[in-house]
Write a protein that binds this ligand. Structure first.
Ligand code: MN
Length: 247
């Protein structure tokens, strides 16, 4: 049953749900999500609810698995188990009213940058959205002690993580993964994919020599021109995951 059943815009909500299912499959196909990680979307601009799958591998998610959550991370009108780390999403949506979508992943090329001093910085034009100085790293032991499971499983930890993200687009989580936000679902998906691509490029360049990074001006210009076309990537990826009639 649709969580939007009693709301006015059933058709647009249905489209949003279909897009969120597609986003799960796109991010799986692009190697950002695997059996773990999740992507969410705010119900509407300014809404205090968001859609996120129940506790399920991203490749298995269908429309009927999507649960409506509030900004406390509580699930509305559904008893099925939610993701343990839903507080990542709820606390970012609480803190950042203009964020419309959040991706939490363990995308593999990014994780090494969370455990070394070397900063994660943009080195390719498709990743101008990254912080030129350094992507912040959430150090969970600062808040959960030195014996935690590294998971963000309550509001307090989610709030600390949102603090570390600040007004940025990406934050790393030490020994765990990353979070990426966007002002739309396609933008968050695009950024999550190219965060992983940038991590591979930066690592490979570092083997060859000392990488030349994007300047602040280049990152801003590239983000405007390339990032403005995130929709093109979305349309291609969306078509790829729709071909099998999986929705
Ligand atoms: Mn995780």
């Amino acid at each position: 049953m649709s969580p939007f059943e009693n709301q006015k815009h059933d058709s647009s909500s249905g489209a949003l749900m279909a897009d969120l299912v597609a986003a799960n499959r796109i991010l799986l196909r692009q190697g950002v999500l695997d059996a773990f990680g999740h992507v969410s979307v705010r119900s509407a601009p300014g809404a205090s609810t968001f859609l996120l799958s129940r506790n399920l591998a991203p490749g298995s998610v269908t429309r009927s698995d999507l649960l409506l959550h509030d900004l406390d991370g509580a699930v509305l009108d559904d008893d099925r188990p939610p993701y343990l780390e839903r507080f990542i999403h709820s606390e970012i949506y609480r803190r950042r009213p203009h964020v419309m979508s959040v991706v939490h992943s363990h995308s593999p090329a990014v994780i090494p940058f969370s455990v070394v001093e070397a900063p994660f910085r943009p080195v390719i034009h498709m990743a101008g959205f990254l912080d030129v100085e350094r992507t912040p790293v959430f150090e969970i032991s600062d808040f959960a002690g030195d014996s935690s499971d590294l998971l963000v499983t309550n509001r307090q930890l989610g709030s600390h993580l949102a603090d570390v993200l600040g007004e940025g687009r990406v934050a790393l989580m030490r020994g765990h993964g990353s979070i990426v936000v966007g002002s739309s679902l396609p933008e968050a998906v695009y950024r999550a994919v190219y965060t992983e691509v940038n991590a591979r490029a930066l690592f490979e360049a570092s083997i060859l020599g000392v990488p030349r990074l994007l300047s602040i001006g280049e990152a801003e210009s590239a983000d405007q021109s390339v990032g403005g076309q995130a929709r093109r990537a979305w349309d291609v990826w969306r078509a790829q995951v729709s071909e099998g009639g999986t929705e």
